[in-house]
Design a protein around this ligand. Structure first.
Ligand SMILES: Cc1ncc(C[n+]2csc(CCOP(=O)(O)OP(=O)(O)O)c2C)c(N)n1
Ligand code: SF4
Ligand SMILES: [Mg+2]
Length: 288
């Protein structure tokens, strides 16, 4: 699809953080189009299933190509798109449940490949679309429809997971400031390899964390979001780990490794070395 799907009539709840992420993605794709003089349809948005993945139907203005696949499988689909058409700008959008629950097994293999795509994760620490069940990032003890006596498991730390698995561009942000977020997404698109921009995108219906993220002086709530200092060196893995271990929600680029070739660049190189064989030669190799 490169036109809005008129049969899909989903809307986000008022105040949902995903509105800010959508704006940021639109800004980043527009900047990409201006820089590379390409039409919007040269961007492909591969979406997971969830309120977050529904972003692919809700983009305003010129439409990119959209691929709304199945729950948890945005990365394998993005791999297919990127390998078939490496010149396209492939972006994946998914939620915490989709990406870190059912889809978690795909992060490691794509990190190992250094697949050249940009992934935007909308983390609201809940399964929003299916009405508020606990997700892998839900805080321990939280009462949800699937954890009526409080969640037993500790939440996973997505940023630490990405760093451990070898993701080569890791940024963290929130949906409150779309322009800052757009810059991180654009830089993630520019990165030659697997980039993840992990966004805190509050669910105003089932888990409204805006106040926790931004803080509230009157109520004595300190903001959990904090800006990464300007002197942080993202190429330094130990420093990146230090930023993550400080906790809260760091805002900015945490880690970037520019030294590894991307998967499509490696595949190009390999194809040059591989020799084409006709059918007769292949059959002869089996000595039939
Ligand atoms: C294979 C499969 N299992 C379960 C579902 C039901 N389901 C749809 S969306 C979703 C979770 C969505 O949570 P998340 O990825 O965090 O997105 P959000 O709605 O919070 O943005 C689930 C469990 C499904 N569609 N397919
Ligand atoms: S249920 Fe939550 S995540 Fe889904 S649209 Fe509403 S506010 Fe957004
Ligand atoms: Mg979610």
């Amino acid at each position: 699809m490169s036109a809005n799907n008129p049969e899909y009539d989903f809307t986000w709840c008022p105040g949902c953080g995903d509105f800010g992420v959508r704006r940021a993605l639109e800004l980043a794709m527009t900047e990409w189009n201006v820089k590379y003089e390409t039409p919007m349809a040269n961007n492909v948005v591969v979406a997971g299933i969830g309120c977050s993945g529904n972003l692919v139907h809700l983009l305003e203005g010129d439409q990119p190509y959209g691929f709304h696949g199945i729950h948890g499988r945005s990365l394998p689909l993005a791999l297919g798109v990127k390998m078939a058409r490496p010149e396209l700008n492939v972006v994946t959008v998914a939620g915490d449940g989709d990406f870190l629950g059912i889809g978690a097994e795909h992060i490691g293999p794509q990190a190992a490949r250094n697949l050249n795509i940009c992934t935007v994760i909308m983390d609201n620490s809940v399964y929003g679309l299916t009405k508020g069940q606990a997700s892998p990032t839900t805080v321990q003890g939280t009462v949800t429809s699937s954890t009526p006596y409080g969640k037993l498991e500790t939440p996973i730390d997505p940023l630490a997971l990405y760093l451990t698995l070898g993701v080569t561009y890791i940024a963290s942000s929130y949906s409150v400031k779309p322009r800052d977020l757009a810059k991180l997404i654009f830089d993630g698109m520019e990165h030659q390899g697997f980039s993840i921009v992990h966004v805190q995108s509050p669910c105003t219906t089932y888990n409204d964390t805006f106040e926790v993220l931004k803080g509230n002086k009157k109520k004595g709530i300190d903001p959990s979001a904090w800006t990464i200092p300007a002197d942080h060196d993202p190429s330094d893995r130990a420093q990146a780990r230090g930023i993550i271990e400080q906790g809260g929600v760091p805002l900015g680029l945490i880690y970037q490794d520019k030294s590894r070739p991307s998967f499509d660049a490696g595949a190009d190189e390999l194809n040059k070395r591989a020799s084409q064989k006709d059918t007769a030669t292949l059959l002869a190799a089996y000595d039939l």
